[in-house]
Ligand binder design. Structure first.
Ligand SMILES: [Fe+2]
Length: 300
């Protein structure tokens, strides 16, 4: 039923701080109904919404649903005893609104995903593949480095199993993989990215990170350089993840959570079988900073 992530929304104490941070990250920002919104250059889909409030916390998550699945969703919500709610203040009124078992507001939009900003075909000379001859790659490797689309977001939760049941059995996401039972849970929306959503076990709910696809590992490194050049705090990466296999670099945001660029994420199909893995989050690269899994949002 859910076809993908549309955007995520945070309450933050200072929209000007948020705007500078998201622009340094590589997003375009604008004002929409009194909120700050951020888009990927070249993609016509709101990706981040920021609502001014005294304390930073997750405001809502928004998903697109498959065409024609609204009736099935309404039935599933009714079966599970999940009421439809009024849109929370600061959100758009579009679509159907509900609260997940953690109480987080969820928007379901009956519309397709906007296409990601197109990227050039990548010709590589890696492994046994020789696709690029007579081209000086360094002269073009950093031509296109900005985010193309929001790929996924992970939330903290104190009840990962209940949240996973809700998002899979009621809203139609599927289990991709888990790390150490329910320490980290990755969910997919059918064929495509290995994960579009997921959970990290914590004492209470919260926003952990959002991740944006960039065209290459070079783009990730250039983004990290850009943030460093702007005086932004050091993050985590570059590395290659275990689950999902994507190259990554994270920067801490101004509120104690994280934002990520990714490239080369695993694509899955309907035959994918979820596994449970006892692995660190990275295949190689420096280990994550100690603060990486700290949930700094107030419990509510
Ligand atoms: Fe991620």
């Amino acid at each position: 039923m859910i076809s993908g992530l549309h955007h995520y929304a945070l309450e933050v104490p200072d929209l000007a701080v948020a705007e500078g941070f998201l622009q340094d990250f590589g997003l375009e920002t604008g004002d929409k109904d009194g909120s700050l919104v951020a888009m990927c250059p070249g993609r016509d889909q709101e990706q981040v919404r920021l609502v001014e409030a005294p304390v930073k916390r997750l405001h809502h998550v928004s998903f697109t649903i498959r065409p024609g699945s609204m009736d099935a969703i309404r039935e599933a919500l009714e079966r599970s005893g999940t009421p439809v709610i009024e849109p929370p203040a600061g959100a758009t009124e579009d679509g159907l609104w509900l609260r997940d078992p953690d109480g987080t507001a969820v928007q379901l939009l009956d519309e397709p995903q906007a296409p990601a900003r197109p990227a050039a075909e990548a010709l590589v000379n890696i492994g046994g593949t020789r696709q690029r001859t007579g081209v000086a790659q360094w002269r073009r490797a950093t031509e296109d480095v900005l985010p193309r689309r929001l790929g996924h977001t992970l939330l903290f939760t104190a009840q990962p199993q209940r949240m996973t049941e809700f998002y899979t059995q009621v809203l139609g996401l599927r289990l991709s993989d888990t790390i150490h039972h329910d320490l980290v849970t990755f969910l997919n929306a059918g064929p495509g990215d290995h994960h579009v959503f997921g959970f990290i076990s914590s004492t209470h709910r919260g926003f952990h990170h959002a991740s944006f696809e960039v065209p290459s590992i070079d783009a990730i490194a250039v983004g990290a350089d850009r943030m460093r050049g702007q005086g932004r705090a050091a993050g985590w990466g570059i590395g290659r993840h275990t689950i999902g296999s994507n190259f990554f670099h994270y920067n801490p945001d101004p509120w104690g959570s994280w934002i990520e660029w990714f490239s080369d994420i695993d694509q899955i199909d309907d035959c994918w079988v979820a596994g449970d893995w006892d692995v660190p989050p990275h295949l190689w690269g420096a280990p994550p900073p100690e603060t990486f899994l700290a949930n700094q949002e107030p419990a509510s």
